[in-house]
Design a protein around this ligand. Structure first.
Ligand SMILES: *Cc1c(COP(=O)(O)O)cnc(C)c1O
Length: 357
């Protein structure tokens, strides 16, 4: 929004032009004289939106038609249950990498379905890094990882070559960088962090990994049911899908993931350079695993908290208070955040040091 620098962790900042287009669609979609909020999802106007959104996901990721795209309800949190329900063979084992709260919640749900092998965890170090050199068991049904750990500010910058299917929760760094998406067999991401309005969760799944569990499933939890229904088995989160489409069009028009990666790299470099330079701040994450999306940091003089809080609020900065589990500060720098927004925060940090360093 105008005059604000929105560093919220999620729901989060969207491109101003996407918000404007979304607002226009709420008033009148495709000159139908109807609002996107009141058209049938079986109507050709919305069917075209869903079609285009699904194909743009594959286009942006460079994936072929062996992958299917779904926009489902229930948040990324429902995927914690759907993934094991659809992939964990009865009596089998799934491998999970424990990188924090979200991974932990995924593990909790999967344990209801089958055996879980936690192949690595950074819990003892308060999740300040990504576990390395873990062994992927060849007999597990799949490996589940979380590419960006929103709460702690860690991010995977390398992905293992895996002998088994890889499932990745990309909720908080989806479409933020180029990647070889073919390395993954199932990717999911809630819309509200980096691609749209809350409500939809994107699932990209290689169809060939499905249908092997021997388990009876509720229709709504079954990926194959949703694939057959072309992501319209039931009423999809219509407005959220629409906003996702607008964001993806914005990405494509500007140069896709290569373009946004450069911007995100510059923002992260500027942010971490200041955290490292400024004597009043310290980062909380091992440098090599720092997230480009969520930068977490602490004041070295906690007595300055009130002063700092007042200063950034006065500068129009929003949403940098750290997650309640971690404390301190967290600057979320999702795709729509600009380098100018980052510079505004860096400016306040410099000023704090000038006055109190
Ligand atoms: C926010 C988040 C979730 C939870 O998303 P919901 O849509 O609220 O269920 C899961 N995983 C990661 C990595 C997240 O950042």
């Amino acid at each position: 929004m105008k005059g604000k620098h929105n560093f919220s962790a999620g729901p989060a900042i969207l491109p101003a032009e996407v918000i404007q287009e979304a607002a226009a669609g709420v008033l009148n979609i495709n000159n139908t004289g109807l609002s996107i909020l009141e058209v049938s999802h079986r109507d050709k106007d919305f069917m075209a939106i869903m079609e285009e959104a699904r194909s743009l996901v594959l286009e942006l990721m460079g994936l072929g038609s062996e992958y299917k795209v779904l926009f489902l309800g229930g948040g990324a949190s429902l995927q914690f249950a759907m993934v094991p329900s659809n992939l964990l063979v009865t009596g089998g084992t799934a491998a999970y990498l424990d990188t924090g709260v979200w991974a932990h919640k995924a593990i909790k749900e999967a344990k209801m379905v089958g055996n879980i092998n936690i192949v690595g965890s950074s819990e003892k170090e308060k999740y300040n890094h990504i576990p390395k050199n873990f062994t992927i068991p060849t007999d597990a049904n799949y490996l589940h990882i979380t590419s960006n750990n929103t709460i702690y500010g860690t991010q995977m910058h390398h992905f293992p070559d895996s002998p088994i299917p890889v499932v990745c929760d990309m909720s908080s760094d989806i479409f933020s960088r180029k990647m070889d998406f073919n390395k993954f067999d199932l990717i999911y991401a809630g819309a509200q962090k980096n691609m749209g309005a809350a409500g939809a969760t994107m699932v990209v799944v290689k169809e060939s990994i499905l249908g092997k569990t021997g388990r009876k499933m509720f229709s709504m939890l079954d990926y194959q049911v949703h694939i057959k229904g072309e992501s319209m088995y039931n009423t999809p989160p219509v407005f959220s899908v629409y906003v996702c489409l607008l964001t993806m069009k914005w990405l494509k028009k500007n140069g896709g993931l290569a373009w946004i990666e450069e911007i995100n790299r510059k923002k992260a470099e500027a942010m971490y350079a200041e955290i490292d330079r400024n004597s009043l701040f310290t980062g909380t994450v091992v440098k090599e695993d720092r997230s480009w999306m969520n930068a977490t940091f602490l004041l070295t003089k906690p007595e300055l908290e009130e002063t700092f809080n007042k200063m950034w609020k006065e500068a129009g900065i929003v949403g940098i208070k750290g997650h309640r589990d971690v404390g301190g500060y967290r600057a979320s720098m999702y795709n729509a955040l600009t380098i100018e927004d980052v510079n505004a925060l860096v400016g306040v940090m410099k000023e704090l040091e000038k006055k109190n360093g």
